[in-house]
Design a protein. Sequence first.
Length: 317
Amino acid sequence: MIVSWGEAMIGERLAHRLFHPPRRAHHRGPADFGLTASETTIRTADGTALHVWMIPGTGVGTAVVGHGIGLTKSASLRQAALLHGRGYHVVLFDHRNHGMSDADPSRSGLADRFGSDIDACIALATRTWPGDGPLVLWGFSFSTFPTLHSLRHRHPRVAGALFDSGPGLDLDAMLRHFLTGDGISAPRTLRKVLRRRGVVDAFATSAVRMLGTSWPPPEAPAAESTPMLFLIGTEDAVIDPAQISAIASHYPTSSTVELPTGHLQGVKAAPEQYGTAVLAFLDGLDPAKARGGDPPPGRARTGQTTQRVPRPRSAGT
């Protein structure tokens, strides 16, 4: 199919906007959830400044918590409160091009660049709370991609990773679904333009090129051995739930929980089931990983499991 110049330009600009979205201010703060936090700024390996909230816990463990694309760390405060309630220290950060972190105009190598944000926060957490339990990573929506991408490298203290509403197995198909589904809010007349085949082709091709990585990430011992929890909304209209289940099946230590909710809505629409699944996963992590060790002899790692949460019955049924 021949893509017109206009469609190609629209698709490429949309891809750039995906990774360089309009800024949003923090719409709430830690105090709104009864959390005490300090603010700091750290530098990534390429010098990008990231704004971070540090929320100390009792030392049960430490969590590095991201946010969805176009959002800020304030969108993840409910999850931070859940973690803190279990005794976890929490590092909440704004990805580059988001919130109060630096802008990064780069149009290439973005998978590594967003992944380096997570690496910098892991280093910060390790320096701040060096011996306090296992360290976990938590990504949301499109930030689940750099979260999984970061597991290509072994981080001795990382004992587990959580993924809410992502990632998908087929990057090209996921990007096409994002544009043709409900990933972008726009008036009906504009949505017709965005769904043109030429625009969608250019968008997906440009976004994959900007990320500059193979997907799914090449097999790596760290990813193969790290317990993972995938929280899937069965009514997700942004990332196809089947795509998330498919990538979860690639990892022998993965668990999936399917909730009858939409994209990133589990913590709001099914808070009890969501919280139970997260806390059960955290409680099952191996403390030996906090010291960079392997499970004790005879202790098996988490195997693949799937839990489906039914929709609550309405009154009178």
